[in-house]
Design a binder for this molecule. Structure first.
Ligand code: DPP
Ligand code: ZN
Length: 844
């Protein structure tokens, strides 16, 4: 397979003035008729008329009305064309029903739908399938189905046909089509300039009672983007469709967003508080793409972070505004560490803007998305809120209608602020997580912090240059008063000192407030100081971080030295949990522990080989000790934070439930699950039911609930996904692979549905002690299923290969077991390009 390089970018030789498509829908023989108006592109060197096309049967081709016979290749067609405007027409046949890859046009439960990002349109018709080719699409759909949708505004419709026109030029990856027997949940929104917009969420019959929350989220998103970014919606209609079989979370096709049903359908009975929050965020994310992604798109796929990093940043701001900003920030950093730091410290590390790829689908990563969003946050911190707003306005003015680059984006900030961002740009080109170490000195009233930055080597990047790092710092007096409020230090050198004068006593520093940069802070400090900051820091993120660091250090001590649980941690945590003046959601987060993966990486940073079983055991021991330490407090917290009011998935109620359920998890370690059984029996919403189910499984009392849960919810795919996952993540590590294997034999298991596959094999991969079981049975099971899924769905297979990305951390025996499985996968001649690229990168 061919490697594609950013440095090879060339504009396409032709401009597409208009696209007319006709679809004659039929499950195994859909006809796609295209009429495309081209003219030579004066900005291009080459006049090579090559159109992408894969798995298409060409029926007919015409150039300006005359039949032609283009040269066909496995990836497209080539034709000699005039050096003047011309119209190229084709008719092709495709088979949506047998399209199990879920790319291009496919069927899901009898419904036609599309997924074109990144390169799926070439499986629909011959086209220059690249994001810098933008055009106006008119689409006619013919099919014996009541609902036929495409992008833009409806033009006309009749029995068995509909026509749509999208006036906004767009790249092919934003094309969408849906056809099916669907019901809509309708609403309207009036934009700030008074334009009415028709809104619909389309679902399969039976799901219509799960649309109301998504619709509210959509309206809030539309209003927020007007209020905060000045961005108005630009069509007469906005449609969202829920699809059960979907590789991603959702897709921002112009005017016709298509969602994985798990990311839009919501009801208190079937969705947890976390589901509600995630659904609200994803609806916002896809809606926000209308400006950051669609109106301004990407020149090429190397620029993916231009739209994704910015849009993740925007959806985080939205959630922070709708809910609690500190809770959102803490949750985002937990995710960043779990997914992005893991990626950045392993064989799949790549820059936020990669410079080469084999298969672009493999670069929809935590680095492009989440680290990409962190870069926007740092930029905002460095230039300030007002300059950020000016720069964004300039970005929208200057680049509306463009396919833009990271250079364009940074130029806007340079022009709006007068700053030189050439050093900042290294964040886009250098992979790896910087380590930031700090030492301190106090003399004669002056307190000096000295920072050193270094970034470990990553694939093909052995040496890194220093980056600009915004370090938000505050200083506290030993009595707990803040003497220096949050100040942003701008570090630009490999080593740099910052002094604070006029301090009567040696202060306690609070460093990297709000997690102001995606780095690993390395600082030797005492338990006392961490407990002090957990009690007194005015920055909510660092308050949480102090507790987290205290827990981590104690756990590392338990793992490395067989130490007992750390009393300083237990005392400090108890004080936080007891303090009713603090936000319950914050307290629930404080009760969380570092993940098994975080601890494994921390051990690697200490030069040790992590033992997954020992890590799991230390976490268990600490949880048991916490339960015992808090045994008097837990029943009080559990009772006090029960919600009596009718269910609302808002920040206040979900925070109370999170705290009460964190207490329940510990209580179950003391009462053998008695309280959890009561909660399970009485639960009238999924948050309470699922939390109790998890506690029962963890206490070894889950048998009856496992049966009852299945019987109650077997008609609901999304709830049954939770049932699969919960049994695996709560299994004893010795059993996790066997439990997973047994569940793959359950009649409701199917690898054709990505959600179900992830709920099962993905759940095993997310359980390190079970997955990395010394027997190797977890590795073998996952490899078996990846090998089976690859011919059907390369994208989902390739994504899940990242389960193996941490393998070099482990001991020689585990590495040998994993290498055997990776080699077994690589031996398959017919392996997809997606999976081969991933496994080869990991295996190196
Ligand atoms: N639909 C995916 C997202 O919104 C890819 N663009 O991130
Ligand atoms: Zn996105």
């Amino acid at each position: 397979p061919q490697t594609i390089y950013l440095s090879d970018y060339q504009p396409f030789g032709f401009i597409v003035d208009s696209v007319h498509l006709t679809f004659r829908l039929a499950p195994t023989a859909t006809r796609v008729i295209s009429r495309i108006a081209f003219r030579p592109n004066p900005a291009a060197q080459s006049r090579d008329f090559f159109l992408h096309g894969e798995q298409l049967s060409l029926i007919d081709a015409k150039l300006d009305g005359a039949a032609v016979s283009p040269e066909l290749t496995p990836t497209g067609l080539r034709l000699d064309v005039p050096d003047a405007p011309f119209v190229f027409e084709t008719e092709v046949e495709i088979s949506p029903e047998t399209n199990t890859a879920l790319e291009g046009l496919y069927m899901s439960n009898g419904m036609y739908c599309t997924q074109c990002e990144a390169e799926g349109f070439r499986k629909i018709t011959y086209y220059p399938d690249r994001p810098d080719v933008m055009s106006v699409f008119t689409v006619r759909i013919e099919g014996d189905l009541p609902v036929l949708l495409s992008n833009g505004n409806p033009v006309a419709q009749g029995d068995g046909w509909a026509e749509w026109h999208d006036p906004w030029p767009k790249p092919a990856y934003l094309f969408a089509l849906v056809g099916g027997e669907l019901l809509n949940h309708p609403d309207t929104f009036t934009t700030k300039s008074g334009k009415p917009v028709e809104l619909n969420i389309w679902v399969r019959p039976g799901d219509e009672d799960k649309c109301a929350f998504g619709m509210e989220a959509l309206k809030k998103s539309m209003k927020w983007d007007e209020d905060v970014y000045g961005r108005e919606y630009d069509l007469d209609i906005f449609n969202i469709v829920a699809v059960d079989d979907f590789n991603m979370g959702a897709m921002e096709n112009k005017g016709l967003n298509i969602f994985n049903s798990s990311c839009v359908l919501a009801s208190p009975d079937t969705s947890t508080d976390m589901n509600f929050e995630r659904i609200e965020a994803i609806i916002a994310h896809e809606y926000f793409h209308n400006w950051t992604g669609n109106r301004i798109t990407c020149r090429d796929w190397f620029q993916l972070c231009l739209k994704e990093g910015l849009t993740v940043f925007r959806d985080s701001q939205f959630t922070a505004d709708m809910r609690s900003a500190p809770v959102k920030r803490i949750s985002d950093v937990i995710q960043l560490r779990a997914r992005q730091f893991r990626e950045d410290n392993g064989p799949l590390a790549h820059p936020v803007r990669p410079e080469s790829f084999v298969e672009i689908n493999n670069f929809y990563t935590a680095t492009v998305y989440e680290k990409g969003a962190e870069l926007i946050g740092m930029l905002k911190t460095l230039v300030g809120d007002e300059a950020y707003e000016n720069a964004l306005n300039l970005y929208f003015d200057r680049h509306d209608g463009d396919a833009a680059t990271i250079e364009d984006w940074l130029q806007v900030f340079e022009d709006a602020t007068g700053r030189d961002l050439s050093q900042f740009k290294r964040w886009y080109s250098q992979a790896g997580t910087p380590r930031l170490s700090v030492s301190e000195e106090y003399a004669d009233g002056t307190y000096t912090l000295t920072f050193r930055q270094s970034t470990p080597p990553t694939p093909s990047q052995p040496v890194k240059d220093p980056r600009v790092i915004p370090i938000a710092v505050g200083l506290l007096n030993p009595n707990g008063d803040e003497v220096v409020p949050t100040t942003v230090l701008e570090m630009t050198e490999a080593e740099q000192s910052f002094a604070f004068d006029g301090l009567a006593v040696r202060p306690v520093p609070s460093i990297l407030r709000g997690f102001s940069a995606p780095v690993i802070l390395q600082r030797d400090t005492t338990n006392e100081e961490r407990a002090f900051l957990l009690a007194h820091d005015t920055d909510p993120f660092n308050k949480w971080e102090s507790g987290r660091a205290l827990a981590r250090d104690g756990l590392l001590h338990m793992i490395r030295d067989s130490a007992a649980p750390d009393m300083a941690y237990l005392e400090a945590l108890t004080a936080v949990v007891r303090d009713d003046a603090q936000d319950p959601a914050f307290r629930a987060l404080a009760m969380g522990l570092p993940s098994q993966d975080d601890l494994a990486q921390a051990l690697v940073d200490l030069g040790e080989i992590p033992d997954p079983q020992a890590i799991w055991q230390a976490l268990e021991t600490l949880r048991q000790a916490t339960a015992q330490h808090m045994q008097d407090l837990l029943p009080r917290i559990y009772a006090q934070y029960q919600v009596d009011a009718p269910f609302q998935p808002d920040a206040e109620q979900s925070g109370a439930r999170a705290l009460a359920n964190a207490a329940l998890a510990l209580l179950s370690r003391l009462d053998g699950g008695a309280q959890a059984q009561k909660q399970y029996d009485a639960a009238d919403n999924m948050t309470q039911q699922l939390a109790a189910f998890g506690c029962l499984l963890s206490a070894g009392k889950g048998q009856a609930a496992t049966k009852a849960f299945y019987e109650r919810w077997k008609h609901d795919r999304l709830v049954i996904d939770k049932w699969f996952t919960m049994q695996i993540v709560q299994a004893d590590p010795d059993q996790a692979a066997d439990v997973t294997a047994a569940l793959t034999q359950h009649p409701d298991f199917t690898m054709k549905n990505p959600n179900r596959f992830r709920a099962t094999l993905g759940a095993l991969a997310m359980s390190p002690a079970g997955f990395h079981h010394a027997s190797g049975k977890g590795y073998a099971l996952l490899a078996d299923w990846l090998i089976q899924l690859d011919p059907l769905n390369p994208q989902t297979t390739a994504r899940m290969c990242s389960a193996f990305e941490t393998w070099r951390r482990y001991d020689a025996d585990r590495q040998a077991l994993i290498a055997t499985q990776l080699d077994r996968i690589l031996e398959i001649d017919t392996l997809s390009r997606d999976t081969r690229e991933m496994v080869e990168r990991i295996r190196k």
